[in-house]
Design a protein around this ligand. Sequence first.
Ligand code: NAP
Length: 348
Amino acid sequence: MSDTVLVTGGTGFIAQHCILQLLEAGYDVRTTARSTSRGDELAGVISSHLATGGSLDVRLRVVAADLTIDDGWDEAVAGCTYVLHVASPLFLKTPKDENEMIVPAREGTLRVLRASVRAGVKRVVMTSSVAAVAYGTPRDHPYTELDWTNVESGDVDPYAKSKTVAEKAAWDFVLSAQNTSKMELVTILPGLVLGPVLSDHFSSSGEAIKRMMNHEIPGMPDVWFPPIDVRDVAWSHVKAMTLPAAAGQRYICAASDSVPLLDAAKILHQRYASEGYKIPMRRLPKFAVRLVAVFDRDLKFVVPEVGNPAHFNVAKIKTELGLEPRDLTEMTLAMAETMIQYGIVKKR
Ligand code: NAP
């Protein structure tokens, strides 16, 4: 009999790729959605991409559960050997009250972990983020898995705080007496996740590619990010789920150190300019970003990032998990191509 894996937040971009790879590897999958009405839609998306084919009736089950309430989590995790805890609040607009992100991220993680201990789960792999590593501290060295974002610093945005607080709460929980079954934890910390979308849903990490392709921005601010393909993020979760040596480890999940967003724009320009797409290639000066931020509070947290890249050492996930990541060109073009296919980007 196959092991069953719970993937939280099955409607999400990364979670759907995890579900696909788990099904293809022969696992049965349980997943959660805030409402089961999205269950049929989810099964449709997954079955349309499943290379192995076959009926999903038995192998994929959707359970209603919300990170903000207790109901559903025991049912979701019952009988599961492993949990991939991927769900977390992500808003396109920065919330007025940071607790709208922090509280569901932290309390939701603890709900998942408590239910997992009660169910006798062997290992939880949690999706954290480089946002839990690289903010609110001097950028004087390449960040590694030993670094943590300083949530006390004034210029850390609510999302980075939510990921830091939730990941710390998870480590505190598994090391505490509440972890009566000695359940194991691994955390995966992706950079900016690109790669193919599976439907017309896309995560906020696809926003930059969408805006470039639709020419919704006048130019590119000088911001940098460590890129990773969503298929490699999912692969890392699945690998970390069973590799004995991964227990108790954090893994920064990126193909390379940070690259300028302009590099992705150049890749899109080279591929799509001849088809009539006008990719913004001009570098926006910092004063322009600062000026726009006066009117758009969402840019408040971007301003300190302009011309101030965070650098990362991404060796650990390659040497210990064996990740051989796709490169920036492949992940950028895969995202753009599928965004055109699903109508997220206007076809020229
Ligand atoms: P996504 O597509 O927006 O997925 C987020 C998922 O979390 C959705 O399924 C969403 O459900 C669920 N969720 C949010 N609030 C919830 C709540 N209160 N109760 C239950 N479920 C809730 O984003 P994603 O990019 O796949 O992100 C998945 C994970 O990766 C997150 O933990 C994120 O922080 C992390 N991550 C992402 C990136 C990136 O670049 N994309 C980078 C680093 C880390 P609904 O569909 O109902 O909203």
